[in-house]
Design a protein around this ligand. Structure first.
Ligand SMILES: NC(=O)c1ccc[n+]([C@@H]2O[C@H](COP(=O)([O-])OP(=O)(O)OC[C@H]3O[C@@H](n4cnc5c(N)ncnc54)[C@H](OP(=O)(O)O)[C@@H]3O)[C@@H](O)[C@H]2O)c1
Length: 247
């Protein structure tokens, strides 16, 4: 029996590790050919490609800093050219800088907006040119768009709230073309960005109802649902997956 994404092509930004790598592997397991982008971790990206190929899937890794509009556009063009089409875009790449408010320079502000918001907009605009009926755009936002329980995360929360707003608007823009746009908002998830043994871990874990961090595979499961045929009537929403962090 064919898997739910057989014949589809997906691009996952920031797929060299963490949540993005878990999503890339899951979409490949569901049958999609997958392109991942990375900013600097070439070897890790190649390892993700190797793992997908070892499982019988097809994957490519492309260097593209989400802050660089031309690099993002080239990655999308190369994906469509090399893998033949583009059906699913997962805007996962993100930057999270937590700092005392007074120490945020304009450079930090611009960089976080460039990666977390402008890069998402550009990738979606370019990817949508290749998509038809049944296309899927999935953002990886954050529960911090709705709840920021510690100091220093103002810019991060702002960028992820922007992603939630962008999702609603894009759902309207792309709905008439049969393309859905949704936003997955993870809570604390064990990755390099936010390790379950890191400095914020005990506080964050304690704020969840389940008293634990999430795993990338759990986030990937929700993304796979949104990418698949059963989610055809879901669009314009932010779906939170946070172990009860916001309950
Ligand atoms: N972990 C959490 O608790 C959590 C919670 C809510 C939301 N999120 C969101 O989930 C997404 C993934 O986070 P993560 O925890 O998996 O982070 P991670 O482990 O640090 O992985 C980030 C990935 O994004 C890539 N990346 C970073 N900056 C990039 C850029 N400018 N251009 C292209 N790729 C870039 C990295 O590649 P390189 O190593 O090559 O740079 C890496 O593949 C982010 O949007 C984050 O905000 C995470």
């Amino acid at each position: 029996m064919a898997n739910s994404l057989t014949g589809k092509v997906a691009l996952v930004t920031g797929g060299s590790c963490g949540i993005g790598a878990a999503i890339a592997k899951r979409l490949a397991r569901d049958g999609a050919a997958v392109a991942i982008t990375y900013a600097s971790a070439r070897q890790k990206a190649e390892e993700v490609v190797g793992a997908i190929e070892a499982g019988g899937g097809r994957a490519i890794a492309l260097r593209a800093d989400s802050a660089d509009p031309d690099a993002v556009k080239s990655a999308i063009a190369e994906t469509a050219q090399t893998l033949g089409r583009l059906d699913v875009l997962v805007n996962n790449a993100g930057s999270a800088v937590v700092k005392p408010f007074d120490e945020f320079s304009l450079a930090y502000f611009d960089r976080m907006v460039a990666v977390n918001v402008r890069g998402v907009f550009i990738a979606t605009q370019e990817a949508a040119r290749h998509m038809g009926e049944g296309g899927r755009v999935i953002m990886i936002g954050s529960v911090n768009a709705d709840r920021m329980p510690f100091v220093g995360g103002s810019l991060y929360a702002m960028t992820k709230a922007a992603v939630a707003g962008l999702t609603r608007g894009l759902a309207r823009d792309l709905g008439p073309r049969g393309i859905t746009v949704n936003n997955v908002q993870p809570g604390p998830t064990d990755t390099d960005m936010n390790p379950a043994g890191g400095p914020f871990a005990s506080v964050l874990k304690g704020l969840t109802a389940l008293d634990r961090y999430g795993q990338g595979d759990e986030i990937a499961g929700l993304v796979a649902y949104l990418a698949g045929p059963e989610a055809g009537f879901v669009t314009g929403v932010s779906l939170t997956i946070d172990g009860g962090f916001s309950a």
